[in-house]
Design a protein. Structure first.
Length: 345
């Protein structure tokens, strides 16, 4: 329900009806056909009557406006009906004041009744402004609520996606450590130490929407050094980052997930291993993230299934965070597979 600000309504309400009463008094005074008593009774009646009926209308409107349908014919009918009823109430107040103060003097009821037309016009103007303001505020409130709901849904979805990242990383890293325990216990201990540092960093950024590119590149370097212990000479890598990109922010662990996929579905399947290139630059107001790795795309029509949770996770997070302002594209440029992310900045 819309809550009107008290700070504007009552000052505007009082000022408006004082102005209406004064203008009516000025017209009647200029005509010279009204006594001073009639002039001041009309002034009081116009101010008090208008103020009272519109205040009562506001109380009524606040109780039923939640059910008000924005249907043009019904809305127009409601507007005219409410204006006419208010005008009748206003006119009734004027007549009561005349009877109370004029005593036995003769009151011409017929001319007073004809005032229903201008009074209805005034009420129609007031109701139109009030109703128009309400509809605008209701639309604004509805939009805000919709944005808040979308933000909550997106946050919940992002939370689910972030929850997928750490188990995915944990599973891969522990498998690597398990493979090293029997072959080289000392190397396994070193790998476990690196893993604990990387995983601690991942936990610290579980709830964040974005992370600085500088931090992301630093943790990616640690991750690649950890993986290189396992692959030794079968894995080489290169990270190229334009200096002006280091001030940018991206979703946390997005580069690491791409590199994980590159290793699992590219380097690991090559008998001689391969090379990974991470290239980050600006182009035409876009942040470009490129991961190029040695490998091939075997089943293009089942790409996401083959590449596992990482790529799906990244695509969904990009959609939630940037909507249509971010894209992910993957292609095979023999002997490499290239994943390109473009984020409009």
């Amino acid at each position: 329900m819309i809550k009107h600000k008290r700070s504007w309504f009552w000052p505007v309400q009082i000022t408006s009806w004082l102005l209406v009463g004064f203008l009516n008094w000025l017209v009647q005074y200029s005509s010279g056909s009204f006594s001073n008593l009639n002039l001041y009774l009309n002034l009081a009646g116009m101010c008090a009557g208008g103020f009272l009926v519109t205040s009562l209308y506001r109380v009524y409107f606040k109780k039923r406006k939640a059910n008000l349908e924005i249907d043009a014919p019904k809305l127009i009918a409601f507007l005219f009906a409410s204006a006419f009823v208010q005008a009748l109430g206003w006119l009734f107040i004027l007549i009561l004041m005349m009877l109370a103060f004029l005593g036995q003097r003769t009151i011409a009821i017929a001319p007073i009744l004809f005032q229903i037309v201008p009074l209805t016009g005034i009420m129609l103007a007031w109701d139109s402004v009030y109703l128009g303001y309400y509809l605008i505020m209701r639309y604004h409130s509805t939009e805000v609520e919709k944005w808040q709901l979308e933000a909550e849904v997106r946050q919940a979805q992002l939370g689910t996606l972030r929850a997928q990242i750490n188990p995915h990383f944990l599973f891969n890293a522990l498998n690597n450590i398990r493979a090293l325990i029997l072959e080289d216990p000392q190397l396994a201990r070193q790998t476990l130490t690196r893993f604990s540092e990387i995983f601690r960093h991942a936990l610290q950024h579980t709830t964040g929407r974005e992370i600085s590119l500088t931090e992301e590149v630093n943790i990616l370097t640690q991750y690649l050094e950890l993986i290189k212990i396992q692959y030794e000479e079968r894995l080489t890598y290169e990270i190229q980052v334009d200096e002006d990109c280091l001030r940018e922010s991206i979703p946390p662990m997005i580069l690491q997930l791409l590199v994980e996929n590159a290793i699992k579905h590219g380097i690991a399947l090559q008998s001689r291993g391969g090379h990974i290139l991470v290239d980050i630059r600006h182009e035409n107001n876009e942040l470009i993230l490129v991961i190029k790795n040695t490998g091939t795309l075997i089943e293009r029509n089942r790409l996401e299934e083959n590449l596992g949770i990482g790529l799906q996770n990244i695509k969904e997070r990009l959609r939630l965070l940037y909507a249509e302002n971010a894209t992910l594209h993957i292609e095979e440029l023999p002997p490499n597979v290239v994943v390109t992310i473009k984020i409009q900045k």
